[in-house]
Ligand binder design. Structure first.
Ligand SMILES: Cc1cc2nc3c(=O)[nH]c(=O)nc-3n(C[C@H](O)[C@H](O)[C@H](O)COP(=O)(O)O)c2cc1C
Length: 365
């Protein structure tokens, strides 16, 4: 029987379109091997860099839940809650490049049919940092990685020349892509931040500078909640907190809007959808807006008893998508990818009850 789940994305053959996003589920060789054994079509490694990394002296991630009874959002344990979101202020991988390289090689040799994408990050604004991008790119590709994802989107970097701090800067995007594409020939995915009003411009520069795909979304900048009784933030260090990143179901609609914006502006370009995918319904929604590849983080981390890599989740995603394709008579996700594009229009184009309405303007004639 043909594998209807198989996709070609940015020139790479995926056995299925479901990929673990760059985050704790892909932070080690052990987890990635287990993820492939469980059936994930690909992984994007936890972001690898060359600069010093030291995480905050407290929890890096919390999972927030809500309940029907008292539907406030909190990490605190209550009966009958459902997942709302993750919140994290974790930095990139603290495993040095030299230790990643043999791991990447072993992973690729063990699972040659799965797509191994290295997420990399360096700084900007000088020759040394451009050479760091090149060094990371060449090393990961030589270790066997099928593609690279450039992290231009972490919302809580210490350094001002990294992550979301530089995502608006078209010259920097251009120079990083120039550095990386001149050094390696694998597909380059660029992960942009959703928290900018110039996302479409940033994507335009990235595609024009050689990006094979845009990955959207990284987590949304956000502040954790304060407990009304104790006046403590639900996560803090010495009473202090800073803006971190929200992921999970709570960001689904916003992530879809960002993917839709890019996908309508560049319908012929590839886009990898991320943000709140928990099952078939969310994956379906990213695909109809144009995503040809789906990345998952929070839902995999939240799964109990499987080491935070979504062992049951990937089985469910594959089963439910395969069942849907068969029931609808689709030979692959390509047959319904992007079908929502033409139905997203300007607010002024949505029909009103009165025909006299002129998009908010007085009628002139
Ligand atoms: C704890 C944690 C760590 C993360 N670390 C990274 C990272 O190193 N690099 C990166 O590009 N994204 C990172 N992300 C963002 C995820 O890859 C993903 O874009 C985001 O969580 C949205 O997907 P989700 O709603 O499925 O969680 C991290 C997310 C979490 C929750």
């Amino acid at each position: 029987m043909p594998n209807n789940l198989a996709t070609n994305f940015t020139g790479l053959d995926f056995v299925n379109p479901f990929v673990l996003a760059s985050a704790p589920p892909t932070e080690s060789k052990r987890k990635i091997l287990k993820a492939f054994e469980s059936g994930w079509g690909g992984v994007v490694t936890k972001t690898i860099g060359l600069h010093p990394v030291e995480n905050v002296a407290g929890p890096r991630t919390i999972f927030q839940r809500s309940s029907e009874d008292k539907p406030y959002v909190s990490r605190m344990k209550r009966a009958d809650t459902v997942s709302h979101s993750s919140w994290n202020w974790e930095l990139i991988s603290d495993q040095p490049l030299e230790l990643w390289l043999p791991d990447l090689e072993e992973i690729k040799t063990t699972y040659p049919d799965r797509m191994l994408i290295a997420s990399i990050m360096a700084g900007a604004g000088n020759v040394e940092e451009m050479s760091n991008w090149r060094k990371l790119a060449v090393a990961c590709v030589n270790a066997g990685c099928d593609a690279l994802e450039l992290n231009l989107s972490c919302p809580h970097m210490d350094r001002k020349d990294m992550g979301a701090n530089i995502a608006n800067d078209e010259d920097i995007i251009r120079s990083i892509l120039q550095a990386v594409t001149s050094a390696v020939s694998v597909p380059i995915w660029v992960k942009l931040t959703p928290s900018t009003s110039t996302l479409v411009d940033a994507a335009a520069v990235a595609y024009a500078s050689g990006a094979a795909s845009i990955s959207l979304c990284n987590t949304f900048p956000s502040i954790p909640l304060m407990d009304p009784e104790t006046f403590k933030f639900e996560v803090e260090v010495d009473g202090y907190v800073t803006s971190g990143g929200q992921g999970g179901l709570a960001i689904l609609n916003q992530a879809l809007q960002r993917v839709s914006d890019i996908s309508r502006a560049f319908p012929d370009k590839a886009i990898s959808g991320i943000g709140g995918i928990k099952g078939f319904h969310e994956a379906f929604n990213f695909i109809v807006h144009g995503a040809g590849n789906l990345q998952v983080c929070t839902a995999a981390m939240e799964e109990k008893g499987s080491g935070g890599i979504g062992v049951r989740l990937i089985q469910e995603l594959k089963d439910d998508m395969a069942e849907y394709l068969e029931r609808k008579g689709f030979s692959s996700i390509e047959e319904f990818r992007g079908i929502a594009r033409e139905r997203i229009v300007e607010h002024s184009q949505i029909r009103r009850k009165s025909e006299a309405y002129n998009g908010g303007y007085e009628k002139t004639a």
